[in-house]
Design a protein around this ligand. Structure first.
Ligand code: AP5
Ligand code: MG
Ligand code: ZN
Length: 214
């Protein structure tokens, strides 16, 4: 099963993608997590990505596409994968389709987690992320057991650098300009499914399972 998670920043793509990955035993591939891991490890890719991410802008397609194409050709992806945060532009979507076509495959589902902008800014201020294992929490909706400490790995949880209100606003603008057109792109391919992302996390997941099958 090959799935794309679409949705605005903070819509809950990562939250739901992790659950999908677990339930259907497929890898969760988040370009944002990959970039953040590279930043943390001080790699060349991380240094390049950080300049864009801190401004709420997109990392250039050239840097992003190669990374994902390599990743989806690894052994653990042969039964499928869930992409979170990729594609984010029409050229990225076209690159993905072209790469899959080469191996005689197509994507199965593009799930749009739909949340209006008004709800987003609130959510982001409360998000806490573990930069070690990628786990995501929310101070109100999904708190850690011990404050400031990741339930999964015990590392410190932090407010992401790009979750400041002014950067969130910029990310929303970039989303509407560059990523939202993908909704029509996948509608035309007949693989678009929409879920109401304003519902509680468990209900959003139930709606997704109803689409993918139990
Ligand atoms: P990325 O890491 O992908 O960030 P994003 O798309 O902005 O999305 P987020 O991770 O912020 O939100 P999410 O939808 O995963 O929500 P989450 O589940 O955490 O990208 C970051 C940056 O990297 C980009 O700005 C760009 O610069 C670069 N980048 C990445 N991919 C790229 C690409 N393909 N091309 C170019 N550049 C790229 O949930 C948010 C919060 O809400 C959490 O606290 C969560 O606990 C809570 N929450 C979730 N669901 C619910 C719910 N139903 N009810 C209440 N709270 C909820
Ligand atoms: Mg995310
Ligand atoms: Zn952790």
């Amino acid at each position: 099963m090959k799935i794309i998670m679409l949705g605005a920043p903070g819509a809950g793509k990562g939250t739901q993608a992790k659950r999908i990955a677990e339930k259907y035993s497929i890898p969760h591939i988040s370009t944002g997590d990959i970039f953040r891991a590279n930043i943390k490890n001080g790699t060349e890719l991380g240094k390049k990505a950080k300049t864009y991410m801190d401004q709420g802008a997109l990392v250039p397609d050239a840097l992003t596409c190669d990374l994902v194409m390599d990743r989806i050709q690894q052994e653990d992806c042969k039964n499928g994968f869930v992409l979170d945060g990729f594609p984010r532009t029409i050229p990225q979507a076209e690159a993905l389709d072209a790469a899959l076509k080469n191996i005689g495959q197509t994507m199965d589902y593009a799930i749009d987690v739909d949340v209006p902008d008004e709800n987003i800014v609130n959510r982001m201020g409360g998000r806490r992320a573990c930069l070690n294992c990628g786990a995501t929490y929310h101070i109100t909706f999904h708190p850690t057991k011990e404050e400031g400490k990741c339930d999964a790995c015990g590392s410190e949880t932090v407010l992401r650098d790009d979750d400041k209100p002014e950067t969130v606003q910029k990310r929303l603008e970039v989303y509407h300009a560059q990523t939202q057109p993908l909704i029509d792109y996948y509608k035309e391919q007949n693989i678009l499914k929409t879920v109401d992302g304003t519902r509680p996390m468990d209900e959003v997941f139930e709606a997704i399972v109803a689409i993918l099958g139990a």
